[in-house]
Design a protein around this ligand. Sequence first.
Ligand code: FMN
Ligand code: SF4
Ligand code: SF4
Length: 260
Amino acid sequence: MKTLVAFYFSGTGNTLYIAEYLCKKLSSAYNCELCDITDTENYREKAVRADALMFAFPIYGSAPPIPMRNFVHVCGGLLCGKNVIIAETQYFFSGDGAASLGRTIKKYGGIIIGAETFNMPNNLADCKIFAVKNGGETQKTLAKAKKRADRFAARLLKGNARRRGFCALSHGVGYFSQRKFWMRNETAKRDKMKIYPERCVGCGLCAKSCPVKNIEMRGGRPVPSGNCVMCYRCVNLCPKKAITVLGTAPPEKQYFGPKR
Ligand SMILES: Cc1cc2nc3c(=O)[nH]c(=O)nc-3n(C[C@H](O)[C@H](O)[C@H](O)COP(=O)(O)O)c2cc1C
Ligand code: SF4
Ligand code: SF4
C-alpha cells in the first residue's frame, strides 16, 4: 500500500480534526501518518519515503501560518515530483487560502493532486465581531465540513479532486481582500499579545502549550518573547482568560476545539 504523510499545523484543533478525518477516508489507498510540523523529528525521511504528502493548516488573513510557510521552504527540495494534497481550514472566507501555499509547493516541483478549504468554527476568541461557539452549537458546521471532506477524499481516490483557489479570480480576491493587508503588518502583530497580570495565576499552561515556545515562565510569570505566530491556542486555553493577541479585551468566551 502507498504511504501518505500528513504534515499539519493546528492552533486550536480544527485543522488536526480535518487532517485526521481525511486520513481516515483515504485509508483504503494509503497508510497515513499524521505529523505535527512543530513537533516532528525526521520529517525529511518521512517526506522522502512517502508516496504522497498532505499539508494541512488554518488560514490567517488569507495567508498560511508562519510555521507552515517556513516548513514548506525547509522541505522545498524534497517536494519535486511529489504528489501533494492541500487541506486548509477557515472560519468563513479566504479567497485562495489553499492555493496560497499550493503555489509555493508548485514552485518547488510538487504536483498538487487536490486542494480544498473547510469552514470550521471560529477560534478568534478576543474579536467580538466573530461569535465563538462550542459543543452542540458547532455540530452543523462540523457536519458540513465532514461532508466536504467525504467528497474531496472520494475524488482524490478517483484521481480527479478539485484544486480550489487556484484560478486567477480567487488569487486576486484572496490577495486584495485580505492577504496584502495582513502580510504588511504580520511582523508587527507578532509582538502584540497581551497577558493581563491581574488575571494571571501563573499556572504555566500557556508556556507549556505554545507550539513555537513564544512564552517563557520567569519567576512564576509568563513572559512572551515577541515571536507569536497568532495561533490562538493560549488565548483559548488560559483558565483565567488572561490573554489577548489581536483583540483589545480578554475573551468573554473561549473556543474549546471541535472535539468538545
Ligand atoms: C489570527 C487568525 C486569523 C484568521 N483569519 C481568518 C481569515 O482570514 N478567514 C477565515 O475564514 N478564518 C480566519 N481565521 C479562523 C481560522 O482560520 C479557523 O478557525 C481555523 O479553522 C483554525 O484552525 P486551527 O484550530 O487548526 O488552528 C483566523 C484565525 C486566526 C487565529
Ligand atoms: S495560562 Fe493564563 S493563568 Fe496560566 S500562566 Fe498563562 S496567562 Fe497565566
Ligand atoms: S503565544 Fe499563544 S497565540 Fe502566540 S503562538 Fe504561542 S500559543 Fe499561539
